[in-house]
Design a protein around this ligand. Structure first.
Ligand code: LRH
Ligand code: MN
Ligand code: MN
Length: 426
């Protein structure tokens, strides 16, 4: 199924008058306050977030999985799903493959399909957190950190192969997330595990093309519940520095212990020019992988505030690879992803409204109350008409969820694909 611009324009029609009234109001008010509305709309329109190939199907927990009708069952169908998201939101212009879950068979056909849907291939991910079919060695006790050289070599070779796959698709980054760690005290030698990981990453790094990035993701626990080799941003940062200038830290919002100040991590990494990628999701307890902005939207805004500050003040930090890393256990994955994309754009737009000059003055005057007022003034603004405008100008839907339902997208997918399909992935 493909959604045409005409279909979207037709669905938009009834909402246009209300959009116009609300947009005129907010753009006039903000312009009077000195904001560059056109600049903000352009930034929103250019902000594209990758969708991971595994996220188009229903997720699950270790207690069960409830499949969703019309799920994509191959890579082509996954791309079609991202194409649908992109047509409606104009924000999901990229896909991020997890290998070996999604390996193209016919590269030219896949590339053609992607470009017909206006999609790029973002970072490729090397999954060494589970055993691969017919593999000689097992990752049960780790991959890049394993005490066995044969296992490490197999994991390094897999990463090099993932780079080759990414090159054929036009990707520009490899993301490495390791499940490596230990479940019980005494099981592993921390120093050997870390040294092995560093040496393995350096081997992989030798194969990173000059215009690529190596993104090193961290996470404190799960699936190992006593120790994880790359447990925090400090470890990732250290490894990225050991590898070289093409290696960076990747922040996944769900990969922190409760109450960690993620915005401060973002700020530190950008100051040092080492923030390379971002995985969006939300959580109440741990790595819950819930819809972005569904639990802590204010925290998301504060993180974006630092991202915006960094993007404006830290030329030493490269452009970031943005990806949604959320799982969909009970919602229609496409509706869930639309909600996440909207939440990301909303937080970004609000952060763009922070009056940085006044904030700096208030900070220097130690006027704590005013600092908070400035931050919250931006947060309390209803920026949704700006998001609508950015989408509208690119041919997207004013209200993507409503359009998705009006166009009966899921029913169509069910008709095309049938009931009992299942996507590969988590
Ligand atoms: C690990 C993670 C990592 C994986 C994805 C499936 O929790 O965030 O990014 O690639 O989930
Ligand atoms: Mn992640
Ligand atoms: Mn995760």
């Amino acid at each position: 199924m493909k959604i045409t611009e005409n279909q979207i324009a037709h669905v938009n029609k009834t909402s246009l008058p209300f959009h116009k009234t609300s947009y005129d109001y907010i753009s006039n008010t903000l312009s009077e306050k000195g904001h560059d509305i056109k600049g903000i709309i352009d930034k929103l329109a250019n902000f594209q977030v990758a969708i991971p190939s595994w996220a188009l199907g229903a997720g699950g927990t270790r207690f069960g999985r409830f499949s969703f009708y019309g799920e994509p069952s191959n890579l082509e169908q996954k791309l079609e799903d991202v194409g649908l998201l992109h047509a409606l939101t104009q924000t999901a212009g990229a896909v991020s493959l997890h290998i070996p879950w999604d390996v193209p068979e016919d590269y030219n056909a896949i590339k053609e399909l992607a470009s017909s849907l206006d999609l790029k291939f973002d970072a490729v991910n090397s999954n060494t957190f589970q055993d691969q079919k017919n593999a000689k060695e097992s990752y049960k006790y780790g991959s890049l950190s394993n005490s066995s050289e044969a296992v490490r070599e197999q994991a390094i070779a897999h990463n090099i192969n993932v780079i080759k796959i990414g090159k054929k698709l036009g990707s520009k980054a490899l993301t490495v997330w390791l499940a490596d760690g230990s479940t019980f005290p005494g099981q592993s030698n921390f120093q050997s595990a870390l040294s092995n990981t560093e040496n393995s990453l350096k081997e992989i790094y030798k194969n990173i093309p000059d215009d690529w990035k190596l993104l090193i993701e961290y996470k404190p626990y799960e699936p190992n519940f006593y120790s994880t080799v790359i447990q925090d941003w400090g470890t990732s940062f250290m490894l990225a520095n050991a590898c070289g200038e093409k290696a960076f830290t990747l922040v996944d919002l769900g990969h922190h212990l409760p109450n960690t100040n993620i915005e401060q991590i973002v700020s530190t990494l950008m100051l040092k020019g080492k923030l390379g990628g971002f995985h969006f999701n939300d959580s109440k307890y741990g790595d819950d992988d819930l819809t972005v902005g569904s639990i802590k939207p204010y925290a998301l805004f504060l993180i974006f505030n630092e991202l915006v500050y960094g993007m404006e003040h830290n030329p030493q930090n490269p452009d970031l690879a943005w990806m949604i890393d959320a799982s969909h256990n009970i919602k229609d994955p496409l509706e869930d992803l639309i909600q996440s994309l909207e939440a990301i754009q909303e937080a970004y737009a609000k952060a763009l409204l922070v009056d940085q000059n006044s904030l700096r003055t208030a900070q220097e005057e130690h006027d704590v109350v005013r600092c908070q007022e400035i931050i919250q003034e931006a947060y309390r603004t209803d920026v949704r008409p700006l998001l609508e405008k950015a989408r509208l100008e690119k041919g997207g839907a004013l209200h993507p969820i409503a359009a998705y339902r009006a166009l009966k997208v899921r029913d169509e997918l069910l008709k095309e694909r049938g009931k009992h399909t299942q996507a590969t992935g988590l």
